[in-house]
Design a protein around this ligand. Structure first.
Ligand code: SF4
Length: 255
């Protein structure tokens, strides 16, 4: 790790190097700055991360899941449907879907062609229908009709990767095993310099190292709201952004 403190500052502090590592954080004895280390690479300043979280919580207040649901199974179905689709569209589709299919058994015994028709407007409807019907059957056979509540079990269900599992765990069961990385989290966390990765699993790993566990569940909602309202994919409104002073705007000028 290269010390960024100038030699004269180190000399006047009587130290040859200024860093020490503790629990994944690197701390400078001279400047007192703390940075997180992810896979041997220094990332964001710890205080800056805390400040970003604080500013987001002061500006965004949506705490429930964006996908309308009244139980973990409905949440699972809605989250599978939300792949490559907007939450608004999913909520429109599930308004009728949840009236037509009321129990896990209704989904498990659904006619695939009819189900495809019911969810068609969410896109990728053949795969989504197949996955939801198979997941319902597995949930009945292996989990007594109840959606499992661990990451390891959830990711074995068809159509369920870590993002979906994290959403179901947090909003369905109040559990935090990771951070849901969707398109907004991917884009905004990169621009903010919280990750240099583009693979969701690696982004999640970086964010989990930066934020304490109690913040994992809410972080997804906060970043989604910020991404939708301000840090737009095509046209980020940097001059109106509450995070502007904290943001290196990675990749923004390149557009
Ligand atoms: S300053 Fe710009 S790039 Fe950074 S978070 Fe705000 S809108 Fe996004």
């Amino acid at each position: 790790m290269t010390c960024v403190v100038p030699a004269f500052a180190r000399a006047s502090a009587g130290r040859r190097d200024s860093c020490f590592v503790w629990k994944g954080w690197i701390r400078c004895r001279i400047t007192n700055h703390e940075r997180v280390i992810v896979n041997g690479v220094m990332r964001m300043d710890k205080k800056k991360t805390q400040k970003i979280y604080k500013v987001l919580t002061e500006n965004y207040f949506h705490e429930e899941a964006f996908l309308v649901n009244s139980n973990p199974f409905q949440l699972l179905v809605a989250t599978i449907l939300s792949a490559q689709c907007t939450d608004k569209r999913v909520n429109m589709v599930t308004r009728d879907l949840f009236k037509k299919y009321r129990t896990v058994k209704d989904y498990a015994s659904a006619d695939q062609t009819a189900f495809e028709k019911d969810i068609r407007s969410t896109g990728f409807y053949r795969n989504k229908a197949k996955n939801i019907i198979s997941a319902a059957n597995i949930i009945i056979k292996q989990y007594g009709g109840k959606v499992p509540n661990t990451m390891d079990e959830l990711v074995t269900l068809p159509g369920v990767a870590r993002k979906t599992a994290n959403i179901v765990l947090f909003h369905g069961y109040g559990k935090r095993e990771g951070i849901a990385v969707d398109t907004h989290v991917k884009r905004v966390s990169y621009r903010l310099g919280m990750t240099g990765e583009t693979d969701p699993v690696k982004i999640e790993r970086d964010l989990m190292a930066l934020f304490s566990e109690d913040k994992w569940g809410r972080l997804n909602n906060l970043i989604i709201e910020h991404g939708r309202k301000i840090c737009d994919a095509r046209k980020p409104l940097c001059t109106e952004c509450v995070l502007e002073k904290l943001c290196p705007k990675a990749g923004v000028d390149e557009k």
